[in-house]
Design a protein around this ligand. Structure first.
Ligand code: FMN
Length: 309
């Protein structure tokens, strides 16, 4: 079949991927939870739940809620901590699946420390700095919304590791191009965007917010056009590769991100509907590429035809 001729490999900031589809942080556990449903080697790779130096319990429930074409969450970075990740979770991942570790902290030194500890650990292909979690008391988004803090974060991590570093940016900013340029200037190898949009929903019967944390992050198809806009704007602003994230449910959705300038994509909320969704998206990109005469998936990146002005 024609699609077998398509070269699906991409290079995401020094991370060689067999195809451009990863799973998004916080929606795919530590990978092993999904192994009964999906051969992880069908993915380009996966991004772990954001890890911290110490284990964290996260926020109190209710911490997820459904919204029209989307989902609100305020998990609060519940995770097992870096040590348990290395000793208990990582050994369960099959060889040959690039693992991008999402790291989170309240100070640049914490991110740098985490990356240093994981530098050179087998199976770890690179890092994604969570500079964008919208629903924790400190850390995360504080870095992603302030160019000075973002500069300190990326430069600290850059000094701590030579492994590939992606920075996951927040959509909750005025100029995504400015934040993208900061990351590139400090030596980031790539960008991941977007994280969830800060949001609120209300139960009118109880007159309470649906989430105990009041505010949460909105994900799913509802945010896709916002994410596409931001990927496109960031791609105009920087040369480093971009991993597009936000509401990807189908191969066509993923292709939209590639056309807007993404080198790879991540599937998040869709994995809750069907744990094999990311692999299906990867297969469908190949079918699209073959149908449109693209011999290499990487040639789809930035191939958006703009109207003549
Ligand atoms: C339940 C849940 C937990 C998440 N946890 C994290 C996290 O720990 N770190 C992170 O960087 N992003 C986290 N995210 C954000 C996703 O990785 C992704 O950026 C976002 O959901 C948008 O993609 P989607 O619309 O495909 O879900 C989480 C999202 C959801 C829905």
């Amino acid at each position: 079949m024609a699609e077998f001729c398509v070269d699906t490999t991409v290079n995401l900031g020094g991370i060689a991927l067999r195809n451009p589809v990863l799973t998004a942080s916080g929606t795919f556990g530590y990978g092993s939870e999904f192994a009964p449903f999906l051969d992880l080697r069908r993915l380009g790779g996966f991004v772990t739940k954001s890890l911290t130096l110490q284990p964290r319990q996260g926020n109190l429930p209710p911490r997820i809620a459904e919204t029209p074409s989307g989902m609100l969450n305020a998990i609060g970075i519940e995770n097992v901590g870096v040590d348990a990740f290395v000793t208990e979770k990582l050994p369960q991942i099959p060889e040959g699946v690039p693992v991008i570790v999402s790291v989170f902290g309240t100070a640049p030194e914490e991110y740098a420390d985490l990356c240093q500890r994981l530098d050179g650990v087998p199976k770890v292909a690179g890092f994604e700095l969570n500079a964008s979690c919208p629903h924790v008391k400190s850390g995360g988004i504080e870095f992603g919304q302030n160019p000075k803090s973002l500069t300190q974060l990326v430069s600290s991590v850059r000094a701590a590791t030579r492994m590939p570093v992606l920075v996951k940016l927040s959509p909750n900013v005025t100029s995504i191009a400015e934040m993208a340029r900061v990351c590139e200037g400090e030596g980031a190898d790539g960008l991941s965007l977007i994280n969830t949009l800060q949001a609120l929903d209300v139960n009118v019967e109880t007159r309470r917010p649906v989430l105990r944390n009041v505010l949460g992050g909105l994900s799913g198809p509802a945010i896709r056009p916002v994410a596409l806009r931001m990927v496109w704007q960031a791609a105009q602003a920087v040369q480093i590769p971009i991993c597009g994230i936000g509401g990807i449910m189908t191969g066509e959705d993923a292709v939209k991100f590639l056309l807007c300038g993404a080198t790879a994509v991540q599937v998040g909320t869709a994995s809750y509907l069907d744990p094999t969704m990311a692999a299906q998206v990867a297969d469908a990109i190949v079918v699209y590429a073959a149908r449109h005469g693209f011999a290499r998936v990487q040639d789809l990146t930035g191939a958006l035809e703009l109207p003549v002005r």
